[in-house]
Design a protein around this ligand. Structure first.
Ligand code: SF4
Length: 290
């Protein structure tokens, strides 16, 4: 019976699915900190997945929005980094800082600082409201220009910029930024471009350009707050309309998989393996139920 079922459908999980090294590192740091300290706080979400944030809360780490009190406390900086002012404020208020900022994000912040010192204007391609972009902005003294959409590139906004350095939010879409850069080059005389999209994001995007072509349906797993999951969903949906975005098995619908023989699964960088497994198992149950 089982062999018959297997012959009827196939589920393929993308090799690059799930946690990237930056998220793994942040969670491990949180775990180690929880074993060694008490009174631990995280500013916002350590990674963009409410279920992972919940797991972290269970370790005894509390989420806060602002640093309010003085006292011997520990503060974990999230994987996507924070503005310099957060570090200053935390030190002033006697927090011990555990920095879980991903090294790739640190590198983007360092490029921005280095070129600012050389007199370049900073341009960030990314979501203006995303923690990573807020963190990059908060690591330089001048005000960077943030380009979130193509329509943000207007001559008016860029008027007077003679030389600029462009950095990119680590989880942006590769093709999209190429297009933006070409437009910027026409407006700014001296421009340097650093493609700071991180390696795990590139790998995920490479796979997601192929998988929707060879599968009848695609399931993209991750939280709605996850920028890289959103990007994976958008790319997949543009190739295969039978693309569905969920973060738990309860959100799956049986009818999505009717008559679908090949089903592909991918997951954003902050999606743990146990969610991927539960979703795969639920799809199998739907198929077994016929
Ligand atoms: S997505 Fe990239 S930049 Fe973000 S935490 Fe993962 S490795 Fe680091």
């Amino acid at each position: 019976m089982l062999w018959k079922l297997k012959a009827m459908f196939k589920i393929k999980i993308a090799k690059s699915s799930g946690f990237c090294f930056g998220v793994k590192r942040a969670i491990q740091l949180a775990r180690d900190t929880a074993q060694r300290h008490k009174k631990i706080f995280m500013l916002g979400d350590i990674v963009h997945n409410p279920r992972v944030v919940n797991d972290i809360k269970k370790m005894g780490i509390r989420k806060i929005r602002r640093l309010v009190k003085n006292g011997k406390r520990v503060l974990i900086i999230p994987a996507h980094g924070a503005p310099e002012s957060v570090y200053h404020q935390a030190r002033r208020k006697n927090y011990r800082i555990i920095d879980a900022t991903c090294p790739m994000v640190k590198e983007i912040q360092a490029i921005a600082k280095r070129y600012e010192k050389r007199g370049y204007r900073i341009i960030i391609i990314g979501d203006a409201t995303h923690d990573e972009v807020i963190g990059i902005k908060g690591n330089v003294r001048t005000t960077p220009v943030v380009i979130s959409e193509k329509k943000d590139i207007t001559v008016n906004r860029l008027r007077g910029i003679d030389r600029a350095v462009v950095v990119v939010q680590s989880t942006q879409n590769l093709e999209y930024i190429d297009h933006i850069f070409k437009k910027l080059k026409k407006i700014i005389r001296k421009i340097k471009f650093f493609n700071t999209i991180c390696y795990p994001t590139r790998q995920k995007q490479k796979e997601i350009k192929l998988m929707p072509k060879i599968n009848d349906a695609m399931v993209v797993i991750g939280a709605k707050s996850s920028a890289n999951t959103k990007r994976l969903f958008e790319i997949s949906k543009s190739i295969n309309p039978n693309t569905f975005w969920v973060n738990s098995r309860n959100q799956l619908k049986k009818e999505w998989f009717i008559d679908k023989r090949r089903i592909g699964i991918t997951a954003g960088a902050s999606t743990p393996d146990y969610i991927i497994k539960e979703i795969k198992n639920q799809i199998k149950k739907f198929k077994a139920a016929g």
